[in-house]
Write a protein that binds this ligand. Structure first.
Ligand SMILES: C[S@@+](CC[C@H](N)C(=O)[O-])C[C@H]1O[C@@H](n2cnc3c(N)ncnc32)[C@H](O)[C@@H]1O
Length: 383
């Protein structure tokens, strides 16, 4: 398809599994030129179709050539921008006097980036006899394959963390996955990830589970033996004291109590883990440090808001600390509040470029709220 306007890379964007929508708009925003919305309908490779909605007109269906023709015709008419959205970026095409200018805007916090996972099979757990066996060993399912009522939420968390890992792995070119489960508890996530990454996706894997509770470590070892999952090792240790002794591709920590999440992050940074995922738990440290003399005292005078703000501040400072250490951070809602109120997920991918801006924003927050979160000590930052 040729035409007056060159929409560079547009067909490739439309073919992406994570393409979510494209919007054609006119700067006049008139009723004669309402936004035209293009969304994917079928995505069989080689046979993409799209639904096109223009204002209140009935929707029509077209293919990639049709979308390109529509973009040409619209730019010839009253339209001058096209925004094409995929999980991790928005490609903006803008009409100029020379033709079309293109700019790509990354979507750091877009939910779909984590779930950037159109190919992720949501039901892999329930479809696979082996995954069901793992869940039965963990007590999430009965031996007959029925999900235990009290474990329903755990299953959602396991699925969502697997999905977050899957979404992140698509951004990294890994030949193997050396994973650390920081504050592993019963190691639910690790056993399922072992199955999923090794047996379903074919990665060579090694998992290291760490927890300060020796009883839980013994329990994990017993489950490992019953499952016959050989590439796993479990250690009783605090995260702060743990020496990884080798490269780490993926470090995750689900509901590490209070500053255990900071210890997990610091362990990930120390080992230069390529991906760090944390879902923090309680945030008592910073709440205890918040004084009365800060810019948001009108908010934190109310107990519930103080709790929520302390959690927000802690996690924002963790995200900034990770950026300052050379990670690109995205934040996601992990699960809905009916499953757990601890539903913030931070995902950090190593870029090797420390952000000075993030460090200075961290220092500003520290000053404004007069707090000293453990993360800075654990990262060895000078006061
Ligand atoms: C709420 S549980 C979460 C367990 C597991 N990640 C899960 O989601 O099922 C928190 C775990 O953190 C462990 N823990 C707490 N502080 C720790 C520390 N400083 N180092 C290592 N483990 C710690 C506890 O023993 C406990 O097993």
């Amino acid at each position: 398809m040729t035409g007056r306007y060159l929409f560079m890379g547009l067909s490739a964007q439309l073919e992406r599994a994570d393409f979510s929508r494209a919007t054609l708009s006119g700067s006049s925003g008139s009723a004669d030129a309402p936004d035209i919305l293009i969304t994917p309908l079928h995505r069989t490779p080689g046979e993409w179709t799209f639904r096109v909605v223009r204002g209140t007109q009935p929707p029509t269906v077209t293919d990639i050539e049709g979308v390109l023709a529509l973009a040409q015709a619209s730019f010839d008419g009253g339209y001058d921008t096209l925004a094409c959205e995929t999980a991790d970026e928005i490609a903006h095409y803008t009409k100029t006097h020379k033709g079309v200018a293109m700019r790509v805007e990354p979507r750091a916090d877009y939910q779909a980036q984590m779930w950037g996972a159109a190919a992720f099979n949501e039901d892999f757990i329930l479809q696979s006899p082996e995954a069901r066996r793992v869940l039965a060993e963990l007590g999430v399912m009965s031996a007959q394959g029925v999900i235990r009522r009290k474990q329903r939420d755990k299953l959602i968390q396991i699925k969502n963390l697997t999905k977050a890992v899957y979404g992140g792995l698509r951004e990294l070119d890994l030949k193997q996955v050396r994973a650390v489960d920081a504050a592993c508890g019963k190691s639910y996530i690790s056993f399922i990830l072992y199955y999923y990454l090794h047996k379903e996706l074919g990665y060579p894997v090694h998992f290291t589970g760490i927890d300060s509770n020796p009883r839980l470590i013994e329990n994990s070892r017993a489950i490992q033996e019953r499952l016959g999952y050989e590439h796993m090792a479990f250690h009783t240790s605090t995260l702060e004291a743990f020496e990884a002794g080798g490269a780490v591709d993926l470090l995750y920590s689900l509901h590490g109590c209070d500053t255990a999440t900071d210890e997990a992050i610091a362990l990930g940074v120390r080992t230069r883990a390529k991906m760090i995922i944390v879902v923090p738990c309680c945030h008592t440290e910073v709440r205890g440090q918040l004084g009365k003399n800060h810019p948001l005292r009108g908010v934190t005078r109310y107990g519930l808001f103080e709790d929520q703000f302390a959690a927000l501040l802690t996690d924002a400072m963790r995200a900034l600390a990770l950026e300052a250490e050379g990670y690109k951070v995205a934040t996601f809602r992990f699960v809905t509040p009916d499953v757990s109120t601890k539903n913030v997920l931070l995902r950090a991918l190593y870029t090797g470029t420390p952000s000075k801006t993030a460090r200075s924003e961290y220092d500003d927050l520290r000053k404004q709220f007069d707090v000293r979160p453990s993360i800075e000590r654990l990262l060895g930052w000078q006061a």
